[in-house]
Design a protein around this ligand. Structure first.
Ligand code: HDE
Length: 696
C-alpha cells in the first residue's frame, strides 16, 4: 500500500497495477467503496465475460457509478444561474437594539456566519462572467434565531414594479425562444422590445447601461437589498430601512471593450478573482449600511418608497455603516454549496419585516416554489448549506429525501402525549416567536381588492434623470454608447425609435446622442404618464466619484522578455507588493532568462495573458527584446489594449519602441517605472478616453 493511495488488485484480464488516491466515498481507512459501503476491488475495469467481453449486467459497481453520474446535473436556476460563492462572517460595529430586536444586531463584534453567492442574471450556468448584466448579491446569515436571507443585487433598483411582470421580463432578456441566442446578453430584439414598451424600466436601464453592469471584480461592486424593509425593535417600534453593501476596496468597473476582451481571455474572470483573493488571505470585505427613515419622511417624498424602481438618495438619508461582511473561506465543494444553496427573501428573523412593495411580495412566494423544481424535494432545507445553525423543531414530516429521523409519535399539535410519558414535541412561543408587524404604515387602511398601482408609481423618469445627471461626463458617454451599442443589435425596426422616445423624457441630450449614434432622427417624446421632476443630483450614484486610490488587492501585469534587467524587475515587484497588489509576470515564453543569467518561470504566457486581466501594466524590456516584440502582434495588442482601457502604463526607456508601435501617446498615465507608476497605477486615465475612442 502506498501512502495516501490504494494499490489496486490485478484486474480480471491481468492488466497493469495502478495506484489511485483514496477520494470520494471511502470507509475511513482509505478504501474506495460503493455507496452501500462495499469495498471496490477494481476501479479501472468493468466486469466482463473473458478479456474481450461481453460486459456483464451483474456489475453493480459499474452500474452504480454510471447511474450516479447520469444524474449529477440538476436544473439550473431560471435566473442567476451562473454564480460564485464564499463563506464568511458578519460583524456588527455596535448594538442596534434601538432599531431592531434581531439577535444578530444586538452585540458589537459578535460574528455571525454567512454564505454569499454572487451571480449574473441572464446567462446559463456555463456562461461567462463578464457580460453586461446585473449581478446578484445574495447573503445568507446563519443567525442564532434562524436564517436571514438578504437576496439583493448590485443595483439598487429593479426593472419592474410588480411581480406580475417578472416572467415577461425574464423571458424577454434570456436567449430568444426560437433560436436560443444570444446567451447572456440583453443586446437583442426581445429585451429591447419589452423594455421600450415598459417605461417603468427606464431608471434601471440607465443603471444597466452604465459601467455598474461591467464590474471589474465582484469585490469592487456594491450590493443593495433593493426593496424597502422594516426593522422592528423590542418595543414594537417600526422603522423603514434600505440595505446597502459598500465594498471596502471602493468601486471599480471595466470599460466595455475590456469587458468584451475579458470574455475571451478568461470566462471565469470573476470567479477566479474571488477564489484567488480568498486563497491569498486578501479577504473581500463590505460594510453593511442602513438608510433608516420613518413614515413622515416617506410621505414627504415625490416618489413611493414601496416602488422598487426608486432609490432614496443618500444625500437625503445618509447611509449609516453598522457592520462588516468578510469573506474568508472558499467553498469545499462548488455543487454542494454554491449550486445547492437556496436563498429566499421570505427567510427573515424577528426584528426584520417585509413591506408591501408588490415586487417583494411576489418574491416571497417565488423562491420557495422554485427550489422544489431545482432541488427536487421539499426537504432542501436539510442540505448542509441551507440548514440553520441554530436548533430547529417542528412537526413537518416525510417527503422525498428525508434526512431527519424523528423519534416517537408526536407529529401533530396540540397533543397530550406527555400525559403518557411520551415526548410531546415543540410548542409555539408567543414571546420569542416571529410576529408580523401589524402596522398599517405602508398600506391603505382597508384596501379593496384591486389590480392597480399606487399613484406615484406612474413617475417613470424623474429618477432616471437623477441618475443621468449624477454621472461624470465620461460615465454619461459610456451610458449613451451602451444604449447605442445595444440598440444597434436590435433588428425590429420600431424598437430603437420607441426607446429613444422614452429617453427624451430622461434627458434630451442623451436621446440626441443615442439617435445620432444609430443614424435615426429624433422621434417625438413618448407622453409620460406623470411629468418628470428635477431632483438634486446624487454624487453617491457615480462610480468614478467613488473609486478609492489604492492598489490593495489589485493585480499589476508586468511584460518582460529575455534579457530583462533582473534588479529592476525585483525592485518593481517589491514596490507593487509593497502597495498591497499582486505582480503578474507575462512573457513570450514561460522560461525567461534575465540580465543576470538567471532563468525564471513567469506567471503567464503572452498569448494567454492579455492586459485586460490587469488593473495596471508595466513593460520592462531589454533593447533586443523590444526590437523583436514590435513585430509580435500579441505584444503590440497587449500595450494597445492597456492604453485603450485607460490603464496606467509604466515602462523603461528600452520598451518605448513597443509603446510607439502600439500607438501610445504620452499622458499622465504613461510613467517611468519609479514611484510615479505605483502612485498612479490604481487610477484609470479617464481624460485619455476622448482622444482614442469615438463614444456616443
Ligand atoms: Fe430574484 N429570483 N426574483 N430578484 N433573485 C431568483 O430563485 C424572482 C428579484 C435575486 O444566488 C430565483 O433560487 C421574482 C429582485 C438573486 O441563488 C427565482 C422576482 C432581486 C437571485 C427568483 C425577482 C432579485 C435570484 C431563481 C420579481 C434583487 C439568485 C433561482 C417579483 C433584489 C440567488 C432561485 C442565488 C433568484 C424570482 C426579482 C435577486 C425564480 C419572481 C428585485 C440575487 O425564485
Amino acid at each position: 500500500m502506498a501512502s495516501g493511495g490504494y494499490e489496486m488488485e490485478r484486474g480480471q484480464g491481468g492488466e497493469t497495477h495502478q495506484k489511485v488516491p483514496a477520494a470520494g466515498p471511502h470507509d475511513g481507512q482509505g478504501h474506495l467503496t460503493t455507496n452501500q459501503g462495499i469495498r471496490v476491488s477494481d476501479n479501472q475495469n468493468s466486469l466482463k465475460s473473458g478479456a474481450r467481453g461481453p460486459s456483464l449486467l451483474e456489475d453493480f459497481v459499474l452500474r452504480e457509478k454510471i447511474f450516479h453520474f447520469d444524474h449529477e446535473r440538476i436544473p439550473e436556476r431560471i435566473v442567476h444561474a451562473r454564480g460564485s460563492g464564499a463563506h464568511g462572517y458578519f460583524e456588527p460595529y455596535e448594538s442596534l437594539s434601538d432599531l431592531t430586536k434581531a439577535d444578530l444586531f444586538q452585540r458589537k463584534g459578535e460574528k455571525v456566519p454567512v454564505f454569499v453567492r454572487f451571480s449574473t442574471v441572464a446567462g446559463g450556468a456555463g456562461s461567462v462572467d463578464t457580460p453586461r448584466d446585473v449581478r446578484g448579491f445574495a447573503v445568507k446569515f446563519y443567525t442564532k434565531e434562524g436564517n436571514w436571507d438578504l437576496v439583493g443585487n448590485n443595483i439598487p433598483v429593479f426593472f419592474i414594479q410588480d411581480a406580475m411582470k417578472f416572467p415577461d421580463l425574464v423571458h424577454a432578456v434570456k436567449m430568444e425562444a426560437d433560436r436560443a441566442f444570444p446567451q447572456a446578453a440583453s443586446a437583442h430584439d426581445t429585451f429591447w422590445d419589452f423594455a421600450s414598451l415598459m417605461p417603468e424600466t427606464t431608471h434601471m436601464l440607465l443603471w444597466a447601461m452604465s459601467d455598474r453592469t461591467i464590474p471589474r471584480s465582484l469585490r469592487t461592486m456594491q450590493g443593495f437589498g433593493v426593496h424597502t424593509f422594516k426593522l422592528v425593535n423590542e418595543a414594537g417600534k417600526v422603522s423603514f430601512v434600505k440595505f446597502h453593501w459598500k465594498p471596502v476596496q471602493g468601486l471599480q468597473s471595466t470599460v466595455w471593450d475590456e469587458a468584451l476582451k475579458l470574455q475571451s481571455a478568461d470566462n471565469d474572470f470573476h470567479r477566479r478573482d474571488l477564489w484567488e483573493a480568498i486563497e491569498k488571505g486578501d479577504y473581500p470585505e463590505w460594510e453593511l449600511g442602513l438608510q433608516v427613515f420613518d413614515q413622515a419622511f416617506a410621505d414627504a417624498q415625490p416618489y413611493d418608497v414601496l416602488d422598487a424602481t426608486k432609490i432614496i438618495p443618500e444625500e437625503d438619508v445618509p447611509v449609516r455603516p453598522v457592520g462588516r461582511l468578510v469573506l474568508d473561506r472558499n467553498p469545499d465543494n462548488f455543487f454542494a454549496e454554491t449550486e445547492q444553496v437556496a436563498f429566499c427573501p421570505a427567510n427573515i428573523v424577528p426584528g426584520v419585516d417585509f413591506t408591501n412593495d408588490p415586487l417583494l411580495q411576489g418574491r416571497l412566494f417565488s423562491y420557495l416554489d422554485t427550489q422544489k423544481s431545482r432541488l427536487g424535494t421539499a426537504n432542501f432545507h436539510q442540505l448542509p448549506i441551507n440548514a440553520p445553525k441554530c436548533p430547529m423543531a417542528n412537526f413537518q414530516r416525510d417527503g422525498q429525501m428525508q434526512m431527519h429521523v424523528p423519534k416517537g409519535r408526536a407529529n401533530y399539535e396540540p397533543n397530550s402525549l406527555s400525559a403518557h410519558g411520551e415526548e410531546p414535541g415543540p410548542r409555539e412561543c408567543p414571546v420569542t416567536g416571529f410576529r408580523t408587524d401589524p402596522g398599517r404604515a405602508d398600506s391603505e387602511e382597508q384596501g379593496d381588492k384591486l389590480r392597480v398601482r399606487p399613484e406615484l408609481f406612474a413617475d417613470h423618469y424623474s429618477q432616471a434623470r437623477l441618475f443621468w445627471r449624477s454621472q461624470t461626463p465620461s460615465e454619461q458617454a459610456h451610458i449613451a454608447s451602451a444604449f447605442t451599442f445595444e440598440l444597434s443589435k436590435v433588428k425590429m425596426a420600431q424598437v430603437p425609435g420607441r426607446m429613444i422616445a422614452n429617453l427624451r423624457n430622461v434627458d434630451e441630450e442623451l436621446a440626441r446622442r443615442v439617435a445620432k449614434g444609430l443614424g435615426l432622427s429624433l422621434p417625438e417624446a413618448n407622453p409620460a404618464a406623470r411629468a418628470p421632476i428635477d431632483m438634486k443630483p446624487s454624487p453617491a450614484l457615480s462610480i468614478q466619484k467613488n473609486m478609492l486610490d489604492t492598489l490593495k488587492g489589485r493585480m499589476v501585469g508586468i511584460l518582460i522578455a529575455d534579457g530583462t534587467d533582473a534588479a529592476a524587475l525585483s525592485s518593481l515587484k517589491q514596490a507593487v507588493e509593497g502597495a498591497g497588489a499582486t505582480p503578474f509576470l507575462v512573457a513570450p515564453h514561460i522560461g525567461t532568462s534575465l540580465s543576470d543569467g538567471s532563468v525564471i518561470a513567469v506567471d503567464g504566457q503572452l498569448a494567454g495573458s492579455p492586459s485586460a486581466l490587469f488593473d495596471a501594466v508595466a513593460v520592462l524590456l531589454a533593447p533586443d527584446a523590444a526590437a523583436l516584440l514590435v513585430k509580435e502582434a500579441a505584444a503590440i495588442q497587449w500595450v494597445m489594449d492597456a492604453f485603450g482601457h485607460l490603464k496606467t502604463i509604466g515602462r523603461n526607456d528600452a520598451a518605448q519602441p513597443l509603446l510607439d508601435k502600439a500607438g501610445v501617446e504620452p499622458d499622465d498615465g504613461i510613467t517611468p517605472l519609479d514611484g510615479t507608476f505605483i502612485q498612479k497605477a490604481s487610477q484609470r486615465q479617464w481624460a485619455r478616453e476622448p482622444k482614442l475612442r469615438l463614444l456616443a
